[in-house]
Write a protein that binds this ligand. Sequence first.
Ligand code: COA
Length: 262
Amino acid sequence: MSDNENVLLAEDRGQVRILTLNRPEMMNALNFDMLQALKAQFENLRFTREIRVVIITGAGEKAFCAGADLKERATLSEIQVKEFIYTIRNLLTDIESLNKPVISAVNGVALGGGTEIALASDLRVASERASMGLTETRLAIIPGGGGTQRLPRLVGRGKAKELIFTGSRVNGKQALEIGLVNRVCEPERLMDEAVELAETICEAGPIAIEQAKYAIDAGMETDLHTGLAIESNAYWITIPTEDRTEGLTAFREKRKPVYKGK
Ligand code: COA
């Protein structure tokens, strides 16, 4: 089915998997092939214990991802457009709910679905050259990969409405100012910054990271009382782990802990 088997590159650096959207001549726009390749990766990553953190970035200097492939879109029937939106929405939910952190390293243009990939990630590091926005209304459609829901949750309702209604873009520094990204850096530093962040996370206990992510994400969608109960249950899961004992032993022995995810 694939017209290009390399639409998505995967490289492992230690415990970090770097996924590179690889259609640079198309600004890494998302077509069905790219969605299927991402889906296969994220299904596999859930049970790949050796990988602790995932980084998503874009090939080339210019783009992270320019959103849906508008050339492909022009050839699709209405039902196929629905299939595309259904597929991307479920894919981004799978990314968001992966049992390990996902970092978007936004190296350039990230429009529509590009910004939605970043929103579905846990953390976002942007290059100063990044240009982010949910520009769909300018095409007389709306964000369909969760953007209308995740953007206001991240930057607030007012700012999200401003960005979505005007379809305007923000650069890396502006994205940092409104809380759309966690960090901004010079373009040459971007991957080092993202990998360093990932490696710092890899020093922590894998089960702790998984449970912390779950507690934050599930708890934020409910009232405080329920959220605290979710946190309590998530904490309880860490108590009988070998890693918790290892953390205490390593502290006593003044050495770095060696966590095994057990
Ligand atoms: N789908 C398909 N092709 C795309 C694309 C997209 N979303 N975005 C860019 N491209 C293609 C261009 O058509 C062009 O291909 P061509 O040389 O065959 O014409 C190539 O990528 C380079 O883009 P270009 O527009 O020449 O570069 P630019 O630097 O002037 O502008 C963008 C870059 C991303 C700002 C501009 O292409 C754009 O606005 N794209 C649409 C983004 C969008 O609306 N996304 C939301 C989709 S819901």
